[in-house]
Design a protein around this ligand. Sequence first.
Ligand SMILES: Cc1ncc(COP(=O)(O)O)c(C=O)c1O
Length: 430
Amino acid sequence: MTSQESHYTEIGSRLSASSGIVELMEDLGRAMSGADQGTMRMLGGGNPAAIPGVQEVFRRRMAEIVANADECDRMLVNYDGPAGSPRFRAIVAEMFASRFGWNITAENVAITAGGQAAFFQLFALFGGHGPRGLQRILLPIVPEYIGYADQGLASNMFAAHCPRIELRGDHEFKYHVDFDHLESSANEPLGAIAASRPTNPSGNVLSDIELTRLREFAAKHRLPLILDNAYGQPFPAAMFTDAHLPHWGDDLVMVFSLSKVGLPGARTAIVVAHPEIIQRVSSMTAVVGLANNNLGQAIVGPMLASGELLQLSREVIHPFYAERSQFAKNTVHREFGNRFPYLIHANEGAFFLWLWLPELPISTRELYQRLKKKNVLVVPGEYFFYGLPPELDWPHRRQCIRITFSQSPQVVSEGLRIMAEELAEINANR
Ligand SMILES: Cc1ncc(COP(=O)(O)O)c(C=O)c1O
């Protein structure tokens, strides 16, 4: 077939262009189940770990579903309504109401085909050309999740802010929202504010105080605040700092995903928001995909109703990742030692260490290519710093990489050892 290049639309070209997230997912696919399976040390990607105590529970749930012919047949043969199963939505609302005091009902809940799809729908709803011109999505801190970067239906859809950086000794740092600068962003039209909490890639967690201030800012400018809880409370609870779910308010759009508890294949996320937003998200689901995957809802519905999913998150998933995080930090300190300057972002949550190499003489993209040749996959940090003014020259954005600690300790230590050798060599030759 000859190239159809001249036929592609502007939005079609943008969404199908090779982007950071596409490269990342292709590498991940090859490393986890494709040509590189078993040879690549996978420190890229956000795949959850295979936690035996968790997989056992999901296998048990699958067996229960299959053993109940009626339930199984209904699950397989029926399309759900586009907002999700009414029963599941009611269970979700009841869980947040009874355990967190949220004043919500099933009308506040919509299911989507994963968090990624939820964000596509929400950004299409709030970001882009609207009554006030180009309404951009404000990111209070970048680095922010790479998966949002190419989602806008309009180009130049994110307005991002650099964080304030706190240095903690020689080898640790932490990002904070720079509220002084945030106020200036309200001079232009905005559609919503968005943040992941914990943040992928940095492992930063917006504190309860930062969240309260963000809500005040959002309320003042009448903007919804979209929070991505993919790694957070109440499941999978991969959060290692004392921060809480906010109290409920119609200003919030909360997105939760079943992926990081160990069900990424179920492609299921939960949006909790004002009923009008829920209705619109649900209509978009019908337009784009008719209905959602109902397997994830069937597996976790009873677990949400009984409290088992929250208990599993608290007692199995949380300690598992807390230990892996500690192990990865210890391994970095041991392997990197005093061979070259490095800092690790305070790991307050998620599955990643965010490393800052302040004197790295090459770009992290080049480092990524060099490490890939040695069968170590990391994610170059450049991709996570989108939405900044193009004229801003901030060297920090070329000096960070993300490594995943959800893989086995052997993979993590081998990967970090090879990385330390490579970095020492790069430093010696500069
Ligand atoms: C911060 C964050 N949000 C959303 C997602 C999307 O996940 P899913 O579509 O599997 O729910 C991811 C996946 O890595 C993520 O890291």
